[in-house]
Design a protein around this ligand. Structure first.
Ligand code: MG
Length: 315
């Protein structure tokens, strides 16, 4: 994947030179010619690496570095300083401010390439680790932490832009019995197959997550209740149709579904991540209670202290 480099330097010649010297790397360059433009472009383009000139007329590279490291959107972007002089104090200050490296002008082509490549390699590795921390190891879906964060964001934009937001929660039926009868490796296979079904059903704007244990969640952005119910029913059928075999036998797997939607919340003041989870979980409980392998949607009445008890106890 092509990585992005932002060059912040007041000299057009330096931009031109870097373009030529870095042309053999699989990178795309963005250019800024002063500190304020640099900060704006860093926020806008989220580069993988910033090459930052120390001496610029409007702001020193150190001030720009301080600002970038002080903002949450840009604090993790590695910075390499472009320095003119072999001034040790300047280099030390650069490292203290959080820069990963420095390159001295005039550039030695091989050194420039090696330092840029090393910084990009580290960034790629960090991104991979950060992503792993958000992914469920068994199913490859987003994990619970990521579910909470995404739902928080989606609830905030639903409130801001007045768009519908739906949540499907589903739970594999009689999962404990499946584990007891067929063993935990088979249980894992079931969870993986259900995870695949979720990933297959999710559209590009949806968030398919493992909520915990045998419980899963689908966050559906800009989706009303009707749309969410159609997706839930499609997923129910997909899971019911899974062909799982153990010791030469077909094993039937089904799941129960609870669906909730911002449209169901009568008072916008009550609408929150907690409301959405509680109401979807209440509907899931109702689906279990009605005989499992079915879809139920929430109504206002389900969000009661009783539902909270079910949540705490687990269904
Ligand atoms: Mg300069």
């Amino acid at each position: 994947m092509t990585q992005k480099i932002l060059v912040i330097d007041d000299s057009p010649d330096i931009h031109q030179l870097l373009k030529v010297r870095l042309k053999n790397l699989d990178v795309s360059l963005t250019h800024a010619f002063c500190g304020s433009e640099g900060v704006a472009k860093a926020v806008e383009t989220k580069p993988d690496l910033i090459l930052l000139d120390v001496h610029m007329p409007d702001a020193s590279g150190f001030d720009v570095c301080r600002e970038l490291k002080g903002r949450s959107e840009t604090q993790n972007i590695p910075i390499i300083f472009l320095t003119g002089a072999a001034d040790v104090d300047q280099k030390v200050l650069g490292f203290e401010l959080g820069a990963v490296d420095y390159i001295q002008k005039p550039f030695d082509s091989a050194e420039l390439n090696a330092r840029v490549r090393a910084a990009l390699r580290t960034k790629r590795f960090q991104d991979m680790l950060a992503q792993r921390a958000m992914i469920d190891g068994l199913t490859g879906l987003w994990n619970r932490t990521q579910f909470e964060l995404r739902l928080q964001d989606e609830v905030a934009s639903t409130q801001r832009y007045d768009r519908p937001l739906s949540l499907i929660m589903l739970d594999v039926d009689h999962f404990k019995k499946l584990n007891d009868n067929h063993g935990h490796p088979f249980g894992d296979e079931v969870l993986q197959a259900v995870g695949d079904a979720l990933a297959q059903t999710a559209r590009t704007t949806d968030w398919a997550c493992r909520y915990g244990g045998e419980e899963f969640a689908l966050i559906l952005r800009e989706t009303n209740l009707d749309g969410a119910l159609i997706l839930a029913e499609r997923l129910r059928q997909l899971i019911e149709g899974l062909t799982l075999r153990d010791k030469g036998q077909n094993v039937r797997v089904t799941a129960s579904f609870g669906v909730s939607c911002s449209e169901l919340c009568m008072n916008p003041v009550d609408f929150s991540r907690r409301w959405l989870i509680t109401s979807a979980d209440g509907a899931l409980y109702a689906a279990k209670h009605a005989g499992r392998n079915r879809v139920r949607f929430a109504d206002r009445a389900v969000v009661t202290p009783t539902t909270e008890t079910h949540l705490a106890e687990g269904i």
